[in-house]
Design a protein around this ligand. Structure first.
Ligand code: X2X
Length: 341
């Protein structure tokens, strides 16, 4: 009896094994998702929300593990796109800034003082320019599932209130290792230093730099920037959208039903995340700025006329990078913004 049972088991295994191996080869036990910041920030939470939705709705067939704090790229955030394309990261919730060193047209969002407000940004992303950027990434091996947001990047520092470009003179400002940021800060008279996000947080603590620029709700409030910097200027100098993406080959390995689940989950998670990081930053609800003030910061809000002075100072950067990005794409973005005025 014992022998017959094990013989039966053996035969059953021989019949079933190929299909098991096939199923396993098709879907991995774990898919890796890359995020530059920590798990407790809205950006990290958005990635987790996406992973949870996909796991639930696929009954665990697709198990995405979120690697926060740039863990998949040993801290080097500007390497993220290349690692994603190679499949080191299957999914990303990524900032356009970090990919713009590799994908030059993404510098569209880094053009100094280009996007006046969120309406303008939405028009560009949902319009022709956004579509063209998605197509370009698709051709380079990556599918954009949805757009989230880090936000407009606002400057903070420990030395003085910034109201005009002259106030920036000589201030040591941490920026991401992306050329256009260095050039913009130099054009404004500041002394930019590039640093990865992980090192930057230590640098703020130790006072190695005088200031930094990041979005208020997505980054500055959660990291309690007031511990290091007393002065904030709301100048909206660049916008930082996030893209929720999947490697094309990974996407193609899923059934059409699972692909649909992934698309839907990405839209839901990114839309929620975008809502969270805009809250308190659009008049009349400017409660996020109150949070900075309640924590002892002096907050300056630049008028459009003030911004124009900064914009004029950076016009050479704008012109140079328009060529790098592609004049045609910039023109289409200008046209999309003009429809919102
Ligand atoms: O490094 C930054 O400043 C951050 C976290 O905002 C980005 O990844 C662009």
């Amino acid at each position: 009896m014992k022998t017959r049972l094990s013989l039966f088991t053996l035969m059953a295994c021989l019949v079933l094994l190929p299909s098991l191996v096939f199923a396993q080869a098709k879907y991995k036990d774990e898919y890796k998702m890359s995020v530059v910041v920590g798990p407790k920030l809205p950006w990290g939470e958005g990635a987790t929300a996406f992973a949870d939705l996909v796991r639930e709705r696929t009954d665990g067939r697709i198990n995405i593990k979120v690697y926060t704090s740039s863990a998949l790229m040993a801290g080097k955030q500007t390497n993220e796109f290349l690692l994603h394309r190679q499949g080191v990261a299957d999914f990303c919730f990524a900032s356009t800034i970090n990919w713009s060193t590799t994908i030059k047209p993404l510098n569209l969002f880094n053009l100094p003082f280009f996007f006046p407000d969120y309406t303008a940004l939405d028009a560009v992303i949902t319009g022709q320019p956004g579509k063209e950027l998605e197509e370009m990434l698709q051709q380079k091996g990556v599918t954009v599932l949805a757009w989230g947001e880090n936000g407009f990047r606002e400057i903070t520092n420990s030395k003085r209130s910034i109201k005009t470009p002259a106030d920036l003179e000589g201030l040591k400002i941490r920026v991401v290792g992306t050329p256009i940021f260095i050039e913009t800060m130099q054009a404004l008279g500041a002394n930019p230093v590039n640093m990865n996000w992980g090192d930057a947080q230590v640098a703020f603590q130790q006072g190695v730099v005088d200031g930094q620029e990041n979005p208020v709700v997505a980054i500055e409030i959660p990291v309690k920037i007031w511990q290091f910097h007393k002065y904030a200027t709301i100048w909206r100098y660049v916008i930082d959208p996030l893209m929720l993406t999947v490697n094309n080959e990974v996407m193609a390995s899923f059934t059409p039903e699972d692909q649909e689940i992934i698309r839907q989950a990405a839209m839901e998670a990114a839309t929620t995340q975008r809502g969270i990081v805009r809250k308190g930053l659009i008049a009349p609800d400017l409660s996020a700025l109150d949070t900075l003030r309640e924590n002892g910061m002096e907050v300056v809000e630049l008028s459009q006329a003030d911004r124009d002075i900064f914009r004029a100072k950076t016009s050479a950067v704008y012109e140079k990078w328009t060529e790098v990005i592609g004049a045609d794409l910039v023109k289409k973005a200008e046209a999309a913004i003009a429809t919102t005025r």
